[in-house]
Design a protein around this ligand. Structure first.
Ligand code: UT7
Length: 377
């Protein structure tokens, strides 16, 4: 049997019409546009209207993606919906999406916090590589505003609602998903979680009175985890693909905070212009964040046929997930061949990165100390 590759052949997005600006939030909690912009880079986010549900937003994005791929819902072999904010606890929102689309295939939801869509992309690629399926719809969607405490300024300014969908198809031509890394560190679970509403602590009048149905986050702890993880996971995955960071045409990081992305770019010694950002307009849309950025980067002409992109998400779990994808149907990069100039550059860069990574890890406690001291001043 010839090799099978998983390629992204369709993409689409849906964002609610309602815009919530920093100025709007400053009327609701003790915050300011200046604080939010300088600490996060966010200026506005979308919030669901009364007509938006997780399933309806998924379907709107999926219909666009199917159109781009040039296939219909009945051509799909599987649907995976990554979300932490389904319409209901049961059934899985993926089954609602399957029904609303008019698809005739299996469907399941996947929960991995903000890393969900990248996890789902890697999962879809396994069904394709094994030969089980040829066409998988992968959706990242979130109505995260339902879990926001709009009296808590430490969380409500950060998140927004959105959906994005991709069609992943089998191909015998090299390309598509070249490498991925999935990670989890459950010891950090309580840094970003919803205290009540699960089987451990079902909702009651008391939990609602104490606002324990909303997301709680230790921002600085998640920030440190994100800065540690983003650059290192991206680099490991790029090297696993047989490439060096310079071979990547565009980086698509999780859009949680512009400062986290800038720190990763500095650590990787990659110009910030190579990191796509739309956090300013949408904030952190959790599982929709990376696919939404991907769709917008394509729509803005930032990604061309044959380009190699690197994606990385991180979030509740704590989880992280990275992927390297060659877009379109072009040949695999020259850096893959054993004796090319690209290969030599790859080896040189990997060695220098290993040395620099060790130095950076050794200096991290000092950086953290200096950062905390500067904030206290
Ligand atoms: O998908 C992954 C999800 N999460 C993330 O990626 C979030 C990662 N963390 C972050 O992005 C940052 O930690 C935040 C943006 C959440 C916070 O930035 P920070 O520089 O770490 O601020 P901080 O939490 O250390 O708070 C500094 C000060 C505090 O006041 P005091 O104690 O110094 O007086 C906060 O109470 O800023 C205060 N503060 C605010 N002030 C105005 C916190 N939130 C706000 C706010 N407006 N919205």
């Amino acid at each position: 049997m010839s090799e099978r590759y998983a390629k992204i052949t369709g993409w689409g997005k849906y964002v609610p019409a309602r815009v919530l600006t920093n100025h709007d939030l400053a009327q609701m909690v003790d915050t300011s546009d200046e604080w939010i912009v300088t600490r996060t880079g966010i200026r506005e986010r979308r919030i669901r209207t009364e007509n938006d549900t997780t399933s309806s937003m998924s379907v709107a994005a999926a219909q666009e993606a199917l159109k781009v791929a040039g296939i219909g819902p009945k051509d799909l072999d599987l649907i995976i919906v990554a979300t932490s904010s389904p319409d209901y606890l049961l059934p899985s929102v993926a089954s609602q999406v399957q029904d609303l689309l008019g698809a005739k295939c299996g469907a399941f939801s996947l929960v991995a916090g903000c890393s969900g869509w990248v996890y789902a992309l890697a999962t879809a690629s396994q069904f394709i590589a094994s030969g089980a399926y040829n066409r998988v719809l992968v959706v990242g969607v979130e109505i995260i505003s339902f879990a926001m405490d709009f009296t808590d300024r430490t969380t409500c300014v950060l998140f927004g609602d959105a959906a994005a969908a991709t069609v992943i198809e089998a191909s015998n031509e090299p390309g598509g998903l070249l490498a991925y890394e999935l990670g989890s560190d459950g010891s950090g679970a309580m840094f970003l979680y919803v205290p009540d509403g699960g089987s451990n602590h079902p909702l009651s009048q008391q939990t609602v009175d104490e606002r324990r149905q909303y997301i709680r986050m230790d921002g600085p702890e998640v920030f440190k985890f994100a800065v540690r993880t983003l650059a290192s996971s991206l680099k490991r995955t790029i090297y696993q693909a047989g490439l060096a960071p310079d071979d990547i045409d565009l980086f698509i990081p999780h859009q949680a905070n512009a400062r986290i992305i800038e720190a990763a770019a500095r650590q990787m010694r990659i110009p910030i212009g190579k990191f796509y950002m739309n956090v300013e307009r949408y904030g952190n849309t959790s599982a929709a964040s990376v696919p939404l950025a991907l769709v917008e980067a394509i729509d803005e002409g930032r990604i061309q046929e044959g380009d190699t992109i690197a994606l990385c998400a991180f979030g509740a779990g704590l989880t992280w997930a990275s992927a390297v994808v060659q877009m379109g149907t072009g040949e695999i990069s020259a850096a893959h061949s054993l004796f090319s100039a690209g290969r030599a550059r790859f080896l040189a860069r990997r060695t220098s990165d290993l040395v620099l990574d060790s130095a950076q890890s050794a200096l991290l406690p000092l950086y953290t100390f200096l950062y905390q001291r500067r904030k206290k001043k």
